[in-house]
Design a protein. Structure first.
Length: 263
C-alpha cells in the first residue's frame, strides 16, 4: 500500500533505537524525510547510517540532532534545524519504576515534564502550521499502562494519562477539520533494550535467571511473543498515512492481545 506520504518531513524523537527507531525506519521506507533526535550521539549516528541505507540512493534525507528533547534548548534546536514538520512522533524514555511512597515532588515533576509537557510543547509548536498547510500527523508513543495501569509504574501511569486527556480534547478541536490528526500509540511488551533492562531487574529481584523471567513474561501474552520495533513502526507509519485521515483522537493499543478488557 502506498501511504501517500512520500516527500513529507517528520520529526521523530527518541529515535536512536527501539520503538522510536522503528518508527523512523518505517517512515523512511515510505519516502519520508526525517529529523531524528536522541540523547546518545554515538547511538544516533549508528541509527542514521541504518536509516540512510534504508532510504537508498536518491531516497529521502536523514538529519540528526543529539539532544534531550525534554529540554527547552533541545526543542529550540529542533526548530532551528527546520521550522515546519508534516509529521511529529513524540517519544521520551519512561520514568523509573518503584513505590509511590518513595517519590518526592521532584520525581513527579520530572516525569510530567518528560512524558506529558514535552509532547504538548511539540504539539503546540507544530499543529497550527500543519493546519495551515492542510495536512498533519502527530503520533505520541505512550504506554499500554494508560489502558491497564501497572502498580510499580505510577509515575508513567500518571504522566502519560495526563497527556492522553489533553490529546482527547485538542485532537477534536478545530484542527480536525484542517487535515490534522493526533493519536496515541500504546506499546505493550516489545523486544527493546528497555524491556530487557526491566526483565533483568525483575530477575534479580526474584532470584530467578533472566531466561526464566523472559519466557514467563511471554506466556502472559496471547501472541506468546514480544513485538518487534519494526511492527510498531509500521503501525506508526499507517497512522501517519493519508488513509488514516479519519482516525483521530484514538489510543491504539499494540500488545499482542495482553489487555484483558473488552473496550
Amino acid at each position: 500500500m502506498d501511504l501517500g506520504i512520500a516527500g513529507r518531513t517528520a520529526l521523530v524523537c527518541g529515535a536512536s533505537k527501539g520503538l522510536g527507531y522503528g518508527c523512523a525506519e518505517a517512515l523512511v521506507r515510505e519516502g519520508v524525510n526525517v529529523v531524528v533526535v536522541a540523547r546518545g550521539a554515538e547511538a544516533l549516528a549508528d541509527a542514521a547510517k541504518k536509516l540512510e541505507a534504508a532510504a537508498g540512493a536518491g531516497g529521502p534525507w536523514v538529519k540528526t540532532l543529539a539532544a534531550d528533547i525534554t529540554t527547552a534548548d533541545a526543542r529550540a534546536a529542533v526548530f532551528a534545524l527546520r521550522k515546519d514538520y508534516d509529521i511529529v512522533v513524540t517519544n521520551a524514555g519512561g520514568p523509573p519504576p518503584g513505590d509511590f511512597r518513595d517519590w518526592d515532588r521532584e520525581a513527579w515533576l520530572k516525569a510530567v515534564d518528560a512524558n506529558m509537557l514535552t509532547p504538548i510543547e511539540l504539539i503546540k509548536a507544530t499543529v497550527d502550521g500543519m493546519a495551515a498547510r492542510g495536512f498533519g500527523r502527530i503520533v505520541n508513543i505512550t504506554s499500554s499502562s494508560v489502558k491497564a495501569p501497572i502498580d510499580i509504574l505510577g509515575l508513567s501511569n500518571g504522566a502519560r494519562s495526563g497527556l492522553t486527556g489533553f490529546v482527547a480534547g485538542v485532537a477534536r478541536s478545530g484542527i480536525a477539520a484542517q487535515g490534522v490528526t493526533i493519536n496515541n500509540l500504546l506499546p505493550g511488551s516489545f523486544e527493546t533494550d528497555r524491556l530487557k533492562g526491566t526483565m533483568a531487574g525483575a530477575a534479580k529481584k526474584s532470584g530467578q535467571d533472566f531466561d526464566t523471567v523472559w519466557e514467563s513474561r511471554k506466556k502472559n501474552i496471547p501472541a506468546r511473543r514480544f513485538g518487534t520495533p519494526s511492527e510498531f513502526g509500521s503501525i506508526c507509519a499507517f497512522l501517519c498515512s493519508v488513509q488514516a485521515g479519519y482516525l483521530n483522537g484514538q489510543n491504539i493499543l499494540a500488545d499482542g492481545g495482553a489487555y484483558p478488557g473488552t473496550y
